[in-house]
Write a protein that binds this ligand. Structure first.
Ligand code: AP5
Length: 215
C-alpha cells in the first residue's frame, strides 16, 4: 500500500484530508501533533516537557518526534499517512532510514498549497471532537446540532491551546523557516506533488485521489 506525507502549514487541511483517506482507503494516519497531545493529556514526563513548547508554537525536538514515529512503525502495517511529520531535514532523513529498514518506501509527498492569509481564519475558527477527532470550523463547518459532534454525538468539543493568532504566527514562522525546505528536498527526490489547498475540502480530496490512483 502507498505511504504518503501530507506537507503544509498549520491549517492547510492535513488532518481533514488524512481522516478522509483513512475512511476511504483504510490508510493509517500518523500525526505527531496528535501523538504529542495524547502524551500531554496522559501526563507522561514527555507530555509535560512538550506542553509549553507546543503552546508557544515552537517545534518539539527531533529526537522526541523521531522516537514517536519509530515506535509506531515498529508496530507494523503499511499505507501510512505522515501528517505533520517530517518537519525538519533531520526528521526527513530519519524517516527515509526508518522506511528503508522495513524494506518500505515513500510514494508521494503531497504539498498542500494555501495562502497564508487564509490560515488565521481556519485556525482561530477550528474545533474538534475530543472523542472521535472530527474536525469542525465555526463558520465553514459548524456542527448540525450546536454543542454535539455530528459523527459520534459527543459533547466533548475542544479547542487547542495553540489555536490563537499569537501561537499561529510562531507556528507559521517555524514552518517557513524549518519545514518549507522539505519542498525542495522531496522535489529533488522526485516524490513531490502539489494540490490547491484553497479549494473546497471535497475538491482537495479529488486532487489527492488523482495523485494516489484507484483505491
Ligand atoms: P500539528 O498538530 O501537526 O499542527 P499543525 O501542523 O500546526 O497543523 P494543524 O493541525 O493546525 O492543521 P491541519 O493542516 O491539520 O488543518 P486541519 O485539517 O485541522 O502540530 C502541533 C504542534 O505539535 C506543533 O506546533 C509542534 O509544536 C508540535 N509538533 C507536531 N509535529 C512535530 C514535528 N514533526 N516536529 C516537531 N514538533 C512537532 O484544518 C484546519 C481548519 O481548516 C479546520 O477548521 C478545517 O475544518 C478547515 N479546513 C480544512 N480544509 C479546508 C479547506 N479545504 N477549505 C476550508 N477550510 C478547510
Amino acid at each position: 500500500m502507498t505511504n504518503i506525507i501530507l506537507l503544509g502549514p498549520p491549517g492547510a487541511g492535513k488532518g481533514t484530508q488524512a481522516r478522509i483517506l483513512v475512511e476511504q482507503r483504510g490508510m493509517v494516519q500518523l500525526s505527531t501533533g496528535d501523538m504529542l497531545r495524547a502524551a500531554q493529556s496522559s501526563g507522561t514526563e514527555m507530555g509535560k516537557k512538550v506542553t509549553e513548547v507546543m503552546a508557544a508554537g515552537k517545534l518539539v525536538t527531533d529526537e522526541i518526534v523521531i522516537g514517536l514515529i519509530e515506535e509506531k512503525l515498529a508496530e507494523g502495517g503499511t499505507g501510512f499517512i505522515f501528517d505533520g511529520f517530517p518537519r525538519t531535514l533531520p526528521q526527513a532523513d530519519a524517516l527515509g532510514a526508518l522506511l528503508d529498514k522495513r524494506g518500505d518506501k515513500l510514494d508521494s509527498v503531497i504539498e498542500m498549497k494555501v495562502d497564508p492569509e487564509a490560515l488565521v481564519d481556519r485556525i482561530t475558527g477550528r474545533f474538534t471532537c475530543g472523542q472521535c477527532g472530527e474536525v469542525y470550523h465555526d463558520r465553514t463547518k459548524p456542527t448540525h446540532n450546536a454543542g454535539a459532534c455530528d459523527v459520534c454525538g459527543s459533547t466533548d468539543l475542544r479547542r487547542r491551546a495553540d489555536d490563537n493568532e499569537e501561537s499561529l504566527r510562531k507556528r507559521l514562522f517555524e514552518y517557513y523557516q524549518k519545514t518549507s525546505p522539505l519542498i525542495g528536498y522531496y522535489y529533488a527526490k522526485g516524490t513531490l506533488r502539489g494540490v490547491d489547498g484553497m479549494a473546497e475540502p471535497e475538491a482537495v480530496s479529488a486532487q489527492i485521489a488523482k495523485i494516489l490512483g484507484p483505491a
